[in-house]
Design a protein around this ligand. Structure first.
Ligand code: SF4
Length: 422
C-alpha cells in the first residue's frame, strides 16, 4: 500500500496555554501529526509537544483495568454516577461542547465542577472582587501599551510566545520606544529574544508585595524613608514609578498560577497590589491589568458555568440548584467529601489527583495513571481529532479549532452523552 500523502495545514489554532496563537503550521501524514512552525517564527515547545501525535493504535476503554468496549465502559460509568452520593467533576480541560455536556451531567447526577488550573483564576478573583479592575485585551496590549510591568517570575516558560504576541515589531498605535520592566524574577533568554525591539529592565525583588506597595506609595506622591523595599533600591522603584506615570498606556501583567511560590495568601496580595497600581495610574493616565491564565480553556469553561448556572467554577450542582464556594468546592477540598471523581482532561495527558474513592477518567490517550481508574474512556483532543471552540485568556475571543485527522476516539461531549444515556 502506498504511504499516505503529507498534508500541511496553516493558520492552525492552538488551545493549550490561553494565548490562542492562530498561526501554526502542522504536517499530517495519515494519523501522524507534527507542528512545524508558527507565524514564520520559532515554534513554542508546549505546542510542539502537545500537537505531536504518532501513528500508533489508540488505547482501549477499560473497566477496573480490564479492556472493555466503549459501550460497556460508558454503561459502567453511568452505574457509578447513579450510585454516587457526592461526585466531583474535575480537570475540565475540554472545549466548549465538552464543558456543556459536563454541566448537563452535573445537572442530572449532581456534582461539584472545578477546573484543575483554577487556583490562579481565584487569586485573580480575590483582587477583582475587592476593588474591581480595569483589564485590557491582548490586542490593546499589542497595539497601545508603551510601558509593561511584569510582576513575579518571567512567564515565558508557561506562555511560550507571550512577548512575541504582546510586543510585535509594528504595533498599530504605540509610538516611540516600548519598555518592559520585570519586577521579581528576571527575563530569560527567550523573553529577551522576543523583546529585542523594546527597552528591557529588571528590578530584582525578594519581596514583590513590599516593592509593589512602595511603587504605589511613590505614585501617590509619598516620600519613602527607607533605602530599599522588597530588596529593590528606592532609586529603581522611583524610576519604575516615573516610567509608569509617564506612560501613555501602561499595563501590569502577572501569572497568578506562579505568584507567591505556592503561598496562596501572598499570591492574592500580589494581584491586589498590582491592581492598586493600575487604579492609581488611571487617575492621570490610561492603564490596565492583563492577568495571564487560560490554560486548557479554563476561561471558556468558567464563562459557560456563569452563563448556565450563574456561578463560576467551584460550584456544586445538586437538588436542582447550584451553590458556589471558592474554598469548599476547590477540587482538593471537594474530594475530601466525595465518593466519586469524574476526571476530564482532553487537551493534555494531565493525571488525576490521588483519590481513594471511585474514579471515572475521560482522558487524553497518553495519560499515565498511578492507579487504574474504575472506568477509563480515552477521548479525542479538540483541535487535533475533532473541531471545537475554546476561549482566549482575555475572555473576549472564542477560537474555532479544526480537526487535523480523522477521529478514532470519541469527543468528551460524545462520551458524556453516552454515559448519561447509560
Ligand atoms: S504560546 Fe500558547 S497558544 Fe501559542 S503556540 Fe504556545 S502553547 Fe499554543
Amino acid at each position: 500500500m502506498a504511504d499516505p500523502a503529507t498534508e500541511t495545514f496553516t493558520d492552525v489554532v492552538c488551545a493549550f496555554c490561553g494565548l490562542g496563537c492562530d498561526d501554526l503550521s502542522v504536517e499530517v501524514t495519515g494519523r501522524d501529526v507534527r507542528a512545524i512552525g508558527a507565524g514564520g517564527g520559532a515554534l513554542c515547545p508546549e505546542a510542539a509537544r502537545l500537537l505531536r501525535r504518532r501513528d500508533v493504535a489508540d488505547p482501549v476503554p477499560t473497566r477496573a483495568g480490564e479492556a472493555v468496549s466503549f459501550e460497556v465502559a460508558a454503561a459502567q460509568a453511568h452505574v457509578l454516577l447513579r450510585e454516587a452520593r457526592a461526585p466531583v467533576i474535575a480537570g475540565l480541560g475540554v472545549d466548549m461542547a465538552g464543558a456543556g455536556a459536563l454541566v448537563d451531567l452535573a445537572a442530572r447526577f449532581g456534582g461539584v465542577l472545578d477546573h484543575y488550573a483554577s487556583p490562579g483564576l481565584f487569586r485573580n478573583y480575590a483582587a477583582a472582587q475587592r476593588t474591581g479592575w480595569l483589564s485590557v485585551t491582548l490586542a490593546e496590549v499589542r497595539n497601545r501599551c508603551d510601558v509593561l510591568l511584569v510582576v513575579g517570575e518571567d512567564p515565558t516558560p508557561q506562555f511560550g510566545r507571550l512577548f512575541e504576541r504582546l510586543y510585535p515589531e509594528a504595533p498599530l498605535f504605540a509610538t516611540g520606544e516600548r519598555r518592559v520592566i520585570f519586577l521579581g524574577g528576571g527575563p530569560g533568554d527567550k523573553a529577551r529574544g522576543q523583546l529585542r525591539g523594546a527597552q528591557v529592565s529588571h528590578l530584582s525583588a525578594d519581596d514583590v508585595v513590599a516593592a509593589l506597595e512602595a511603587i504605589s506609595g511613590l505614585l501617590a506622591g509619598r516620600t519613602l524613608s527607607g533605602e530599599a523595599y522588597g530588596g529593590v533600591p528606592v532609586a529603581g522603584l522611583a524610576e519604575a514609578a516615573a516610567a509608569l506615570k509617564g506612560a501613555t498606556y501602561a499595563v501590569v501583567t502577572w501569572n497568578a498560577a506562579t505568584l507567591g511560590g505556592g503561598d496562596s495568601a501572598e499570591g492574592d496580595l500580589i494581584a491586589i497590589r498590582a491592581t492598586a497600581i493600575v487604579d492609581a495610574l488611571n487617575v492621570t493616565t490610561r492603564a490596565g491589568v492583563f492577568p495571564l491564565g487560560g490554560r486548557d480553556n479554563i476561561i471558556g469553561v468558567n464563562q459557560l458555568l456563569l452563563w448556565r448556572l450563574g456561578y463560576p467554577l467551584r460550584t456544586a450542582v445538586r437538588a436542582g440548584g447550584a451553590e458556589h464556594d471558592s474554598t469548599l468546592f476547590a477540587t482538593g477540598a471537594a474530594l475530601e467529601d466525595a465518593d466519586l471523581m469524574v476526571w476530564v482532561s482532553a487537551l493534555r495527558p494531565e493525571p488525576p489527583p490521588r483519590f481513594a474513592g471511585k474514579v471515572i477518567a475521560l482522558a487524553h490517550p497518553e495519560t499515565v495513571f498511578e492507579t487504574a481508574p474504575d472506568v477509563f474512556i480515552p477521548v479525542g483532543t479538540p483541535g487535533v481529532d475533532h473541531a471545537g471552540t475554546v476561549f482566549r485568556m482575555d475572555s473576549i475571543v472564542s477560537l474555532p479549532l479544526g480537526a487535523l485527522r480523522v477521529a478514532t476516539l470519541p469527543s468528551v461531549a460524545e462520551a458524556v452523552r453516552c454515559i448519561a444515556e447509560g
